[in-house]
Design a protein around this ligand. Sequence first.
Ligand code: 5GP
Ligand code: MN
Length: 328
Amino acid sequence: MMPQAVADSNSTTGEVVAELRKRSAFVMVSHVKPDGDTLGAGLALGLALKRMGKRVHYFQQDPVPRNLRFLPDSDKVARDLPEDLPSDSLWVFGDMSDTSRAGEFLPPIDRENILDIDHHLGNSHFGRFNYVIETECSTGTCVMRLLRAMNVEIDAEIATCLLTTIMTDTGGFMHSNTTPEVLMLSAELMRAGADKEAITEEIFANKRVAAVKLLGRAIDAAKLDHEGRYCWSYVDDAMLQACRADGEDTEEIIGHLRSIEGVEAAALFKTFDGEIRVSLRSNGRVNVQAAAARLGGGGHFRASGLTFIGSLKDAAAAVEAALVAEGL
Ligand code: 5GP
Ligand code: MN
């Protein structure tokens, strides 16, 4: 498959590749509460650039989640950056629709030095270079296009990072973004040595008992509204403490709420760390990206999120209204 220029992005593959070749130093930036896509995409591109003799750093505000620590180079991801970082370093933001998703610890960055690689709906094209392909299943497959265009060998480590992005964002090949093309790419990555066993074990199979207990509580607290089409629940500090769980243990809950028969939209309200993080999921009828955008968030048609400042009661009312406005 030949890499193509992409119509809905304002940079072509060729332009991005030329810039990657031109620069000598890079900072790969992933979003807060990182997932396998933002981190895997940054690590894959970082590893490839290093093999081309470039200097690469990885910036991420939050620590690497336990279940992603098997990824090569993930031990080099940090909130701190070296003092001698060249001023013309290219900052590569992966998997985020604007820079605020990277958190509050980034230094000011000249737009000239920003490459934005993403697959979200409504990406704000915040970089000098924007490689935004909404039809890609993951940011990692956007990176894969670039690696092919650069003729970089996809070795086993890079392949593991890329397959992680695909498996994360397709929910282990379950979501509707799992096209034949995605399966072909995945097969290619496995042939290149991607460690699918490790990905399955670390991300999908290996659950902490705290996470399973927390799932039980959240499901217990769930409500079904709108004749069973809307399922929502919450997790708060007391529930975390009772289960000896932390924020990373909440990942699976929203998928279970959405998977209940008849449910078209699901919401999970996480009321800890002094704010309410909301996750939204859809079965494909209601656009939860549009609903989240009404409240300052974003994401994809079937998976989105936002941060709400206020009480759980107000958050629940605001999210329900946003979903109703999008056809719930
Ligand atoms: P999650 O529910 O897993 O946190 O997020 C689901 C999707 O929505 C992800 O693709 C994520 O990038 C996006 N998302 C989550 N929170 C926000 C947010 O606060 N702002 C934006 N723009 N996107 C978000
Ligand atoms: Mn993604």
